[in-house]
Write a protein that binds this ligand. Structure first.
Ligand SMILES: Cc1ncc(COP(=O)(O)O)c(C=O)c1O
Length: 340
C-alpha cells in the first residue's frame, strides 16, 4: 500500500542520520548547551537575519504551542485562531488545559484576516470576558494554504495596533517557504511576527521544532518555562545535531520543495481530470473532493484520510506528501485516477 496519510511516517533524511551517527560517541553538554545546538543556531540566525532573537529547540509541535501560549498569556487572556487551527482542533484541549481559551473564528481556506481578528476583538468588550492577547496562525495552514507577505503584514499591523502577540506555527514551514506562490522568507517572518517556530518533525528530522522568539519582552526566563513544562531535554544535542544537518546547507528547503513537487504532480493530474478541491493547492497537502465510490476503491490501494464530508455522495480526502515521497508512489496514485 502506498501511504499519503501524513508527512511524518518516515524516519529522518539520511544526512540527519549521518550526523547523528558521526557524533554518536561524542560527549556533549546537556540541555542544549552543546556545540551542535550552537551551530544550528548560527545557521538559523543567518537565515532570519537577526542574531538577537532567542532560539530554543523543542521536541514537538503541540508542546511548542502550549509552551508559547501558556508562557506569554496572563491568566485572563485568550488566543485568537482560525476555527480549523491546529490548537483548536487537534491538540486535545492542550491550550485550554493551561487555562487559556482558544477563540476559534470561522475562516475561509484556513486563514485569519485583519477583519476576522477585528471581529474577535469587537466581541470581547470587557472584564466579564476573556481578553484577546495573542493571534495564532499556521503557515502552511491546516488546509495547506499559505499566507502572502501582504497578508502577514496586514495581520502584523492589526496586532501591533491592538497590542496582540503574533505567533506563527511553522510545523510545515519547509513546505510553506518553498511553494510556488510563496513570497515570504524566514527573515520576513522574523520581522513580522513576535514568535514563530520552524518545524523539523514534518520536514526531514526524526523529531523537533525550532522556536524563535523575536520580541524582546517575551525572551525572559524562557528556558525556565521550557524546563517547567518538561520540554528541556537532557539530550538536547539530539535536536541540535538534526537541525545542524538540516540547515548547514539548503537541505531543509530542498526537502520542502520535494514534498511540494510530489503534491503538485498529483494535484496537476486531478485538475486535468476535472476534480475540485476543498482549498487551493500548492503545498504538500491536497484535499480533492471525491465520490464515495472512488474513495472505496482508492482505500484498497492507498492510505489517506477523509478530511470532510461534503454531501451524501462526496467527501474531501487528504493526501499528504513528504520529503521522502517517492515518484513511484505518486505515479501509482496518478495512474489510479487516470484509470477511474
Ligand atoms: C500546524 C501544526 N501544528 C502543530 C502540530 C503538532 O505537532 P505534534 O503532533 O508534534 O504535537 C501539527 C501536527 O500535525 C501541525 O500540523
Amino acid at each position: 500500500m502506498y501511504s499519503f496519510i501524513n508527512d511524518y511516517s518516515e524516519g529522518a533524511h539520511p544526512a540527519v542520520l549521518d550526523l547523528l551517527i558521526k557524533s554518536n560517541l561524542e560527549q556533549n553538554a546537556g540541555y542544549g548547551e552543546d556545540i551542535h545546538t550552537s551551530k544550528a543556531k548560527e545557521y538559523i540566525y543567518k537565515l532570519i537575519f537577526n542574531d538577537k532573537a532567542d532560539i530554543h529547540f523543542i521536541p514537538g509541535g503541540t508542546q511548542t504551542n502550549l509552551l508559547v501560549i501558556s508562557s506569554f498569556l496572563r491568566p485572563h487572556q485568550c488566543v485568537i485562531a482560525a476555527d480549523t487551527g491546529h490548537i483548536n482542533v487537534h491538540e486535545t484541549g492542550a491550550i485550554e488545559a493551561t487555562g487559556h481559551k482558544v477563540i476559534a473564528m470561522p475562516c475561509k481556506d484556513g486563514k485569519l484576516t485583519p477583519a476576522i481578528i477585528q471581529a474577535a476583538l469587537d466581541y470581547h468588550t470587557d472584564e466579564h470576558m476573556v481578553q484577546p492577547k495573542m493571534v495564532y496562525l499556521s503557515d502552511t495552514t491546516e488546509v495547506g494554504t499559505i499566507y502572502t507577505k501582504a497578508e502577514l503584514s496586514a495581520i502584523h499591523h492589526i496586532c501591533k495596533l491592538n497590542g496582540l502577540i503574533l505567533f506563527l506555527d511553522g510545523a510545515r514551514m519547509g513546505s510553506a517557504m518553498t511553494c510556488q506562490e510563496n513570497d515570504l522568507e524566514l527573515k520576513d517572518i522574523a520581522e513580522l511576527v513576535d514568535v514563530f517556530y520552524i518545524g523539523g518533525t514534518k520536514n526531514g528530522a526524526l523529531l523537533g521544532e525550532v522556536l524563535v522568539i523575536c520580541k524582546e519582552e517575551l525572551k525572559e526566563d524562557f528556558r525556565y518555562l521550557i524546563k517547567q513544562r518538561g520540554a528541556l531535554m537532557a539530550k538536547g544535542f539530539v535536536l541540535g545535531i538534526q537541525f545542524e544537518a538540516l540547515f548547514c546547507d539548503n537541505l531543509y528547503f530542498e526537502l520542502g520543495a520535494h514534498a511540494n513537487e510530489m503534491a503538485e504532480k498529483i494535484a496537476g493530474v486531478l485538475k486535468e481530470l476535472g476534480y475540485s478541491f476543498l482549498a487551493p493547492t500548492g503545498t504538500n497537502q491536497i484535499f480533492p473532493i471525491l465520490t464515495n465510490e472512488t474513495i472505496e476503491k482508492l482505500e484498497k490501494e492507498f492510505v489517506f484520510s477523509i478530511q470532510k464530508k461534503m454531501d451524501e455522495t462526496h467527501s474531501a480526502v487528504r493526501f499528504v506528501t513528504s520529503w521522502a515521497t517517492k515518484a513511484e508512489s505518486v505515479k501509482a496514485l496518478c495512474d489510479f485516477f487516470r484509470g477511474v
